[in-house]
Ligand binder design. Structure first.
Ligand SMILES: [Zn+2]
Length: 225
């Protein structure tokens, strides 16, 4: 736990700044808990306190609406200096991956690009945040499958509306509607869920006015009353 955690949070995390005093303490406690059971290892780069704070914050922002949620499906994050390719190489021209949740041999691991982690929090209102994206995949995966349907987050009556809305929106995106949603979300349901979650956390007002139903369903997921 970095000694200057509070300072780093205030300086770099808009979500934290907007919390009241009581919630700030909860956030700090959860950051501390996260960092005590998930190690962050630099691969070809040095992990700085700022990286630890940014990564843990992204993780906790996603699940802040769930006081008891812990990430039990991850134990290590590998931090690469920059983007990597499908073979986890950090050199060459085909490096487009900024983050991923591990599978198979990389089970319980996540890989993040340090450059992308930093960028994600340099602008927290552009709708892009790699850390939030990858932790949404982890939450999605907690019920067994990263399939865009987070059964643990969404109570039963909302499941069908979510699936229907998701599929309708993906189809419309493929027909060049909704340029405000990252087109990467058309890859599959899991990616759609991850990119609209980035949108939800970074540009809630825009999402609310452009896609009120999607907004409501995501609010139901991440901020259950
Ligand atoms: Zn993804």
């Amino acid at each position: 736990m970095p000694a200057d955690t509070k300072y780093l949070l205030l300086e770099h995390i808009v979500f934290y700044r907007n919390l009241d005093d009581e919630q700030k303490i909860v956030f700090e406690t959860r950051i501390k808990d996260f960092l005590s059971h998930v190690s962050i290892t630099g691969v070809g780069t040095t992990v700085e306190d700022l990286d630890r704070i940014l990564i843990a914050s992204g993780a906790i922002i996603v699940i802040f609406g769930f006081p008891d949620w812990r990430y039990n499906n991850i134990s290590e994050i590998l931090l690469y200096k920059d983007a990597f390719n499908e073979a986890y190489q950090q050199h060459g021209n085909d490096r487009t991956i900024l983050g991923m949740v591990g599978d198979g041999a990389l089970h319980r691991q996540m890989i993040l690009s340090q450059a992308s982690v930093r960028e994600s929090f340099q602008r927290q209102d552009d709708g892009h945040n790699t850390v939030i994206h990858e932790f949404v995949h982890l939450v999605d995966k907690a019920d067994g499958a990263a399939d865009g349907i987070p059964e643990y987050l969404l109570s039963r009556p909302y499941l069908m509306p979510w699936i229907e809305n998701m599929h309708k929106t993906i189809d419309e995106m493929k027909n060049n509607k909704h340029p405000d949603i990252n087109f990467y979300g058309t890859n599959n349901d899991a990616e759609f869920f991850a990119v609209v979650s980035e949108y939800f956390f970074e540009r809630p007002e825009a999402l609310k006015s452009n896609h009120p139903e999607l907004y409501q369903l995501l609010e139901q997921m991440f901020r259950p009353l």
